[in-house]
Ligand binder design. Sequence first.
Ligand code: AMP
Ligand code: MG
Length: 398
Amino acid sequence: MTPRLAEEAINSRLTCLPIESLPLTQCVGGTLRENVYAERDQPPFDRVTMDGIAVESGTLRRGIKRFRIQATQAAGAPPLKLETGDLAIEVMTGAMLPVGCDCVIPVEQIEVADGYANLNAAVVSTPYHNIHRRGADGRQGALLLEAGTLLRAPEIAVAASAGMARVRVSSQPAVMVVSTGDELIEPGEPIADYQVRRSNAYAVAATLRKRGFGRIGDDHVLDDENMLRERLALHLTTHEVVVLSGGVSMGKFDLVPKVLLQLGVQEVFHKIAQRPGKPMWFGVGPSGQAVFGLPGNPVSTLLCLIRYVIPAVAAAMGTRRELPERLALAAPVTVQPALTYFLPVAIEADDWGRPWALPRPPNGSGDFLSLAGTDGFVELPPGPNTYPKGFVASVYRW
Ligand code: AMP
Ligand code: MG
């Protein structure tokens, strides 16, 4: 099972998450699940783009340089009408172009005195100068945003411009993060020599929160078959996604695959041809729950979470797949085993501001201290091979 096949196996098993309608203010980071169409032409009227005066361009072309100001047209006011061609209407940026005018002369090119505007010699008399014409950016009814679009600030602005107070988005999945292991102790609690801190659960939750997931549960289970079965049975009834860390290797106390099978979670695969993170397990629960058994070694946990779990959940939310970022290696890397190699990197700019992936190999998959200060990891093809400086690889950021 290669990473690519593992990814496909996961995505083909996931069921699409339900849809809910949310106020626009709560939608950032969400996935749009309906098309958004233009409410009106954009701009909806001939929009003045400069503070100044609006006139009729034909009058300018006849050489007239002095206009009596008839009135003022502000943004947000219904359109005034130019009474005669030799008059001007003072206009503000964002105002509707007054009826009878087809040209705006910026305030910098005129002098106003005693109710008259005197024009500089250099004014341009082309029709629709300094006017953003109705429908120039888009027509009423045009498709503005497609279902599957990730809602960031520009897309939120577009939805707001289409008059949508609420939009239909994917519901957030309830994700249960379960760490396993008798040796693990919560930060803040006293700890013995033979115990280690339960850091994975924090890294997993932090990754999920950073990506906008808000419904995250946390549990810790000992390496005890009955306890594991009882707790996982409960989590499977209340969560669409369960992310386990630890307990999926070959040890006597690696009970996770066995217990999941007992609970009717169907194994899709166990093990991926990759380093680190080889023992990764994935299965699907009786009602379509996605269950990820991530290896417990902290580097493996984080890499597998980012490489597989995050994109899979995004796909289940209906988000269109984004290609991973690609960067060049800043130094050669030798890969010995015939396994895909995930290598932590720091992204650094050269003297021209171009980003490079600087290898930061950890001291094995248990060495998560070395991850602090890195930016993510690159995915390198299986060895044996030496990938030179400049070799371009997919990058996954923390
Ligand atoms: P396992 O996959 O359960 O065999 O765990 C592999 C290694 O990762 C062991 O050294 C564990 O102590 C360590 N480990 C497992 N879970 C965690 C965790 N939540 N936080 C930190 N280390 C962990
Ligand atoms: Mg364990």
